[in-house]
Design a protein around this ligand. Structure first.
Ligand SMILES: Nc1ncnc2c1ncn2[C@@H]1O[C@H](COP(=O)(O)OP(=O)(O)OP(=O)(O)O)[C@@H](O)[C@H]1O
Length: 315
């Protein structure tokens, strides 16, 4: 797999027709082209994560899906319709969690959910919705008195209240403690199991690994890397580390391994972890050398992200 490719993100096969179709999307603010021609599809029952450093263009792209801003170029279809021009057709099927929300501060949590439910066709029961995000005990508290994390969970409940077919989540767990984050993940997974399609952005790479079927990494408005978390991680070499015992002669070079750090503490990088490790262990055994603190680790999503996400504009 090439390290970077700006081509459309390959769609999962054998699924129902996509409910999100983004083709060569562009978004411009005056002279700034924030989104420079991105393409992807999301199918029912699938989670698609857009990753990228601050300013990569994630929110600018999501705002077009959410129907909040028109595209400067390209096309976006949500449940087959244009989310800006055919807003009335799209809105009942779309659940949106913005990065920040503006809820009336004087209403209680229960009143807020009930008020929102009254605007929807077939909303989930209010008490069920509160229970799913662990807000039952906070139902009579005014929004102004909620913690940041409770507020975020309330936002999420509102986004999911109408059982939308397409869910757009912009940094859903920012500011949440680890337990609340897991509550949110479980809820998202449940909706995906029911057939919802989810598009999310996050700065928590473990969140993308936990939730996303496919990931696209944006840089300067373009998708520069995409695939499953494992495919993206595999674009980077694996690492082998060990320490040679005092006085031991260096081991001979192993084909397929790059020596990053020599001397008694050795670090090797390789794209063929198993054969290189095998060869290394055979060499060590033949010489009667014990490799201290031996570690062999495949690359992580984080390593791949760091390798591409903050680089120069790929144009
Ligand atoms: N209203 C605006 N007017 C002008 N430029 C904007 C506007 N909104 C965003 N931008 C610019 O567009 C680019 C993309 O911003 P965007 O918010 O989409 O990035 P992001 O990937 O969502 O970042 P973050 O991770 O910080 O949310 C940035 O250079 C930003 O400064």
């Amino acid at each position: 797999m090439p390290l970077t490719h700006p081509a459309p993100v390959p769609a999962a096969t054998g699924r129902a027709a996509p409910v999100v179709e983004v083709t060569d999307l562009r978004r411009r603010y005056g002279d700034v082209e924030a989104v420079r021609g991105i393409s992807f599809e999301v199918h029912p029952g699938e989670v698609f994560a857009l990753l990228g450093v601050n300013g990569a263009g994630k929110t600018s792209a999501l705002e077009v899906l959410e129907g909040l801003a028109p595209a400067s170029g390209g096309t976006v279809r949500v449940v087959g319709a244009d989310p800006v021009r055919e807003r009335a057709a799209v809105r009942p099927h779309l659940g949106v969690l913005l990065q920040t929300s503006g809820l009336p501060a004087d209403l209680t949590v229960r009143e807020t959910v009930a008020m929102w439910a009254a605007t929807l066709t077939g909303p989930r029961p209010v008490e069920e919705a509160l229970a799913q995000v662990d807000l039952t005990g906070r139902a009579d508290v005014r929004v102004r008195s909620l913690s940041g994390g409770e507020r975020r969970r309330l936002d999420l409940t509102l986004a999911l209240l109408g059982s939308p077919r397409v869910i757009v989540l912009d940094e859903p767990t920012t500011g949440l403690d680890p337990e609340s984050r897991r509550t949110v993940w479980a809820l998202v997974r449940q909706r995906v199991a029911e057939g919802a399609a989810v598009v999310l952005t996050t700065h928590h790479l473990e969140e993308a690994e936990e939730l996303a079927d496919r990931i696209a990494v944006m840089r300067a408005g373009r998708i520069v890397l995409s695939g499953t978390a494992a495919e993206i991680a595999a674009t980077q070499p694996a690492t082998i580390r060990f320490t040679l015992p005092d006085g031991a002669a260096p081991l001979p070079a192993v084909p397929g391994a790059e020596v990053v750090s020599d001397g008694p503490r050795v670090e090797l990088h390789t794209r063929a972890l198993q054969p290189v490790l095998t060869r290394l262990l055979v060499e060590a055994a033949e010489r009667g050398v014990v490799l201290g603190g031996l570690q062999a680790r495949a690359a992580s999503l984080e390593q791949a992200f760091l390798a591409v996400a903050d680089g120069a504009d790929p144009s």
